[in-house]
Design a protein around this ligand. Structure first.
Ligand code: NAI
Ligand code: MG
Length: 361
């Protein structure tokens, strides 16, 4: 029997509302599958914690988290605390200290999702570099407050860092039976860093003869996302390009309520962290109407990472079943169901699917 230890950080706003549903799903799987056990530890590190303690989490928080197999994260953000504090004092330290250099975002159009791509097969993954690139704090400003004022923001692209993210992307393609990896570049204009990016990606591509590498300029690729998303398999991108493409990807498959993500430390030296793409949604927080699918799907990605793809597949099939039936829909999908309605519909579907599976075996 496997026993996984999961640290749960619900966070702010709708975070706790959707995390609750995801944890209920995991608890149900535990009950239905005796070979799988989870131990949860919840941490109340959020904006409220900051207002009381003057920091987002305790000094030894990362040492504490290090002992867990994975982190299930909700969302953070509260108008009483500046956004750069919540992000840079909670999410970033976890991503950086735990060397979660991959941000994996599946872009999959589930059956039953309303929108202009309904009926199309869109199923690809964005592999975003999560540790270096454009999001570095190297740089500075000169002559502040004068007309001569200038700012320099350095992009850090390393051969090692790029090869690691490229290797993950090719490996992901190979494991998932995908035939292409599409690299987002701009080496025609950004001639130093992006040329190194191109070279490093190409070098890794040679190790994977069965997977074809195609390289697109980021502007053309943005259009490609909208015009021909069904042709994409795996997209590999730098930190900034991957960030922007991820929101575009989310938009074409139903929006933020349906978009999960994984911050991965592929070597497993540290815990990886699983969180929806969305934030704390203060406009709907407390109303009980947030769509919990992004969070539940993030929990499924966690199970896949922990080696239980079978259970992750059951969760995804259950989500799809509920969407296809169209009876339970949260307001972002055009319905009037609550977060809890959606959570229990998905759990019912899981129960049903596992019973059918049992019946077949
Ligand atoms: P947001 O993702 O919280 O909300 C954007 C829009 O999408 C809102 O209208 C919201 O109601 C809707 N939405 C988001 N998730 C939804 C769900 N599950 N179901 C239904 N509707 C949903 O982004 P926004 O408004 O830019 O940021 C709000 C706060 O969240 C800010 O403080 C921001 O810093 C923080 N944030 C935190 C993130 C994180 O914890 N990783 C990521 C993004 C933003
Ligand atoms: Mg973003």
């Amino acid at each position: 029997m496997t026993n996984y230890r999961v640290a749960v950080i619900p966070g702010d706003g709708i975070g706790p509302e959707v995390v609750k549903e995801a944890v209920h799903v995991l608890e149900l799987l535990e009950k239905l599958d005796p070979s799988f056990q989870m131990e949860f530890a919840a941490f109340d590190w959020n904006s409220e914690y900051f207002l009381v303690n003057g920091k987002m989490m305790p000094e030894d928080a990362l040492d504490t988290l290090k002992n867990y197999d994975a982190i299930l994260f909700g969302a953070i953000g509260d108008k009483r605390v500046p956004d750069d504090v919540t992000v840079w004092e909670l999410i970033m330290p976890i991503r950086k200290r735990f060397n979660q250099y991959i941000n994996l975002r599946p872009v999959k159009l589930l059956k039953g999702v309303p929108g202009r791509y309904q009926g199309e097969t869109i199923d690809f993954a964005i592999v975003r570099e999560n540790a270096e690139g454009e999001y570095s704090n190297s740089g500075g400003r000169l002559y502040p407050g004068t007309e001569q004022e200038m700012a320099i923001q350095n992009t850090v692209i390393t051969r090692t860092g790029t090869k690691k993210v490229a290797r993950f992307a090719f490996d992901y393609a190979k494991k998932h039976g995908k035939s292409t990896v599409t690299s987002a570049t701009k080496s025609n204009a950004i001639v130093h860093s992006m040329k190194l990016w191109d070279e490093a990606v190409k070098e890794v591509g040679k190790e994977f003869p069965a997977v074809q590498l195609q390289s697109y300029y980021i502007d053309a690729l943005a259009a490609y996302f909208v015009m021909r998303p069904e042709e994409l398999d795996v997209v590999v991108a730098s930190n900034l390009f991957g960030d922007i493409l991820s929101d575009l990807g989310a938009a074409i498959v139903g929006g933020l309520g349906l978009s999960p993500s994984a911050n991965l430390n592929p070597e497993g030296e540290f815990p990886s962290m699983f969180e929806p793409v969305h934030g704390s949604a203060p406009d709907i927080a407390g109303k009980g109407i947030a769509n919990p699918i992004a969070q539940i799907w993030s929990a499924a990605l966690m199970l896949e990472h922990l080696g239980r793809k079978d259970l992750a597949d059951v969760i995804l099939a259950a989500i799809e079943r509920v969407l296809v039936q169209k009876q339970v829909r949260t307001p972002d999908l055009g319905g009037s169901a609550t977060t809890m309605d959606m959570g229990s519909a998905i759990r019912e579907a899981i129960q049903l699917l596992l019973l059918v599976k049992e019946g077949q075996s």
